[in-house]
Structure formats: structure tokens, C-alpha cells
Design a protein around this ligand. Structure first.
Ligand code: PLP
Length: 379
């Protein structure tokens, strides 16, 4: 076992916040109840779920009644794409760097992707060219999970309104929610996805915000929960933890983002200085999520590097969690035009709310030495 563990994979999942654990504890113990029932035990559970709607609404800037709880970000994204398509079949578009939870359902309904530029920012000219008056859905993430690029959502929404007035706009805000002020950013989006475990809540809970008038047909059919949009007995403990994590995130968001941004800048600067040939991928740091460093390290492959880092107690990834191991080339880097040679040595380090100076010190002590070792072995 290494002496110290430094977790730099918060974009994959982050630690449970103590506020979330405390909110969940009673519902994993003495309290229980099906929120759909009528008696007092059921009503008490329903109250927890309804209070949680307020927490989502405050984070996104929507009405509590617009919130549909789901089993996570993937389910929220699937419901947005497949649900709009089922309600109003027609051409669907998404950016080329969406998470697979959007890309796969868009592919399933025969949709198309829109190019991004070298920084990972959606190409508004390409979007304008792809939109037609009969487009029914456009999905563009608020911020990317691999390189952290923040997308110009207000411009995207305004463009869609002009060119395809009846299209719904969906924003996957799963990665943006821990860091950015969402209400302005997603004001033009009809559908917004969130995931609890990216901001310190439990895994397996999320939400889709559905603004009034958005055409949407349920995917999960059954008891008619969540305004008939997502059947299934509520995960009351999970929803309580999600709400507590949202509230804690909102209360400390600005300070946490500033503190983590400074840590990130020290980490990125230190690695660039210590590793010859290393470059940062994508947009300038101000256009990126505060917790994300994405490096391209020529002359090495991600997989053996991740192995050495893991041995030394540094948990990192090459791309998103679903593609970690770097077996397949990242679709995000490919869309950004990163050549395969540079993409092969990709390293994503993602900091989160519990990250500290000691984490950065440890990473700076371990990563350049591991890269040097691999380069020497390959020489
Ligand atoms: N969307 C983005 C941008 C993500 O980063 C993730 C998580 O990896 C998801 C969706 C899926 O969320 P979940 O893990 O809650 O299913």
C-alpha cells in the first residue's frame, strides 16, 4: 500500500459530503415510507422528496414542479433525448463531445453530431448550418467531463430559437453543477440533467428539469410517479442525500471554486514546468471547469502511466471513467482534432471539493517522475 492516497478523479465521482450522509442516515435506518402512499409514514417520505425538489429548483433556477427525479445522470440524459423524440419525432442534434449518455440515444434515433473547434467549444456556424425548422431537439452539455470546456449555452439556445423555434434545448449540466452558477447558464434550456454523485451526493440519483410546455414522453412506465414522466418508487434516502449535497454545494460554491481553481493552476503549472513537451488540452483555463487539468504527454501511453500513478497512490484517469484505461481513443479528443499520437498520452486530473494542497504536492512529486521513468524505459 502506498503511504498516501491522492484522489484526482473527482470528475468520475467525488466523495460523499457529510451533509449528504447525515441526511440519508435516517432513511437507511429507522425511517422509511413510500412517498406515493396516503398515510402518515408515506406523507413524511413525500415531504422529504418535495423538499428535495426545492433544492434542485434553487440550483437550476426552475420551479420545484419542473423537477423529475431519476436514477442518475445517464437516465436523465436518456429521458431527455428519447423522451422528446418519442413525443415529437424529428431531426435531433448534439455536440460531438457529449457524454455517451447523450451520444448513444442520439445515435439510436438517427440524430447527427455538430462539430466542436480545437478548444472543444461547439462550432456555432456548424450548428447554424445543421439546424432546420423541423429540428426537434438540440443537446449541448454545459461543460465537458473530459477536458472541462464550458459551452456558450445562451448563444446555443438563442441560435436554436431563431433557426428551429419548436426545437427543445437540452443541457447536460452533470459536470457543471458542482462549479458554475447554473440559473443564467441554463436559462435558455428546456431540459437540464443533473447527477448527485458528481457534487457529493450518493450515486444512482439524479434529476431532469423539464420546463413547462416541453414535449416529453416517459421511458419508464408503471405507477406514474414524477408526473407520469418517470415511474418507479422513489429512492428516498438517495434523494435526501442529493438535496443535502446540492444545498452544501450552493452554499460554498464560489469559495470552493476559487480555492480549487488555485490548486488546479498550481498543479497544471507545476506539471507543465516539470514534464518536457507536456501541453494542456483545449480551451484557456478561464473557459474550463475549475477542477480540471487535461494534459497531453508525448512519448508515453496513458495506460502504463495510470498504473504507475496508482502504485504510487495517485488516482487519475485518461479520459472519462467509462473510457478509462485508454483502450479506445477518446471521442472528445478526436472531435477536437487532437492527433492520435498526442491523444495516446492523455492524462485527466480532476480535483473536487475535498482536494487540498497536500494532494497537489503529492501529485507534483509523483507524476513527473513516473513520466520520466516511462520515457526512459521506451528510449
Ligand atoms: N453526463 C456527464 C457529462 C457525465 O460526466 C456523466 C458521468 O460520468 C454522466 C452524464 C452520467 O451520470 P451518471 O454517472 O449519474 O449516470
Amino acid at each position: 500500500m502506498p503511504d498516501r492516497l491522492t484522489y484526482l478523479d473527482h470528475a468520475a465521482t467525488t466523495a460523499l459530503r457529510p451533509e449528504a450522509a447525515a441526511a440519508m442516515a435516517p432513511w437507511l435506518g429507522e425511517r422509511f415510507g413510500n412517498p406515493s402512499g396516503a398515510h402518515r409514514v408515506a406523507r413524511a417520505a413525500r415531504q422529504v422528496v418535495d423538499e428535495a425538489r426545492d433544492a434542485v429548483a434553487a440550483t437550476v433556477g426552475c420551479r420545484p414542479g419542473d423537477v423529475v427525479f431519476t436514477g442518475g445522470g445517464t437516465e436523465a440524459d436518456n429521458l431527455a433525448v428519447l423522451g422528446v423524440h418519442a413525443a415529437r419525432p424529428g431531426p435531433v442534434l448534439c455536440s460531438a463531445i457529449e457524454h455517451e449518455a447523450v451520444l448513444s440515444p442520439v445515435a439510436l434515433v438517427g440524430g447527427a453530431t455538430v462539430a466542436v473547434d480545437r478548444r472543444g467549444v461547439v462550432d456555432l456556424d456548424a450548428l447554424a448550418a445543421a439546424l432546420t425548422p423541423d429540428t426537434t431537439l438540440v443537446s449541448v452539455m454545459a461543460a465537458n467531463n473530459e477536458v472541462g470546456t464550458i459551452q456558450p449555452l445562451p448563444e446555443v439556445a438563442a441560435l436554436v430559437r431563431r433557426r428551429a423555434p419548436s426545437a427543445a434545448v437540452h443541457a447536460d449540466a452533470v459536470q457543471a453543477a458542482p462549479w458554475l452558477d447554473l440559473p443564467d447558464l441554463v436559462a435558455g434550456a428546456d431540459l437540464v440533467s443533473l447527477s448527485s454523485h458528481k457534487l457529493g451526493g450518493p450515486q444512482g440519483v439524479g434529476a431532469l428539469v423539464v420546463r413547462p410546455g416541453t414535449p416529453l414522453r416517459a421511458r419508464a412506465l408503471g405507477g406514474g410517479q414524477e408526473r407520469e414522466l418517470r415511474s418507479g418508487t422513489h429512492n428516498v434516502a438517495g434523494i435526501a442525500g442529493f438535496a443535502a449535497a446540492l444545498t452544501a454545494t450552493r452554499a460554498g460554491r464560489v469559495e470552493t471554486a476559487e480555492r480549487v481553481r488555485a490548486l488546479r493552476d498550481r498543479l497544471a503549472g507545476g506539471l507543465l514546468a516539470a514534464i518536457p513537451g507536456a501541453t494542456e488540452t483545449g480551451v484557456e483555463r478561464s473557459g474550463r471547469l475549475p477542477g480540471l487539468v487535461h494534459l497531453s504527454l508525448p512519448g508515453i501511453e496513458s495506460e502504463p502511466l495510470l498504473f504507475l500513478l496508482d502504485e504510487a497512490g495517485v488516482c487519475a484517469s485518461a479520459a472519462s471513467a467509462c473510457a478509462s484505461g485508454a483502450q479506445t481513443r477518446s471521442h472528445v479528443l478526436a472531435a477536437m482534432g487532437v492527433v492520435p499520437d498526442r491523444a495516446a498520452g492523455a492524462l485527466r486530473l480532476s480535483l473536487g471539493w475535498p482536494s487540498s494542497d497536500a494532494d497537489v504536492d503529492h501529485a507534483l512529486a509523483v507524476i513527473p517522475a513516473a513520466v520520466a521513468r516511462l520515457r526512459k524505459a521506451a528510449a
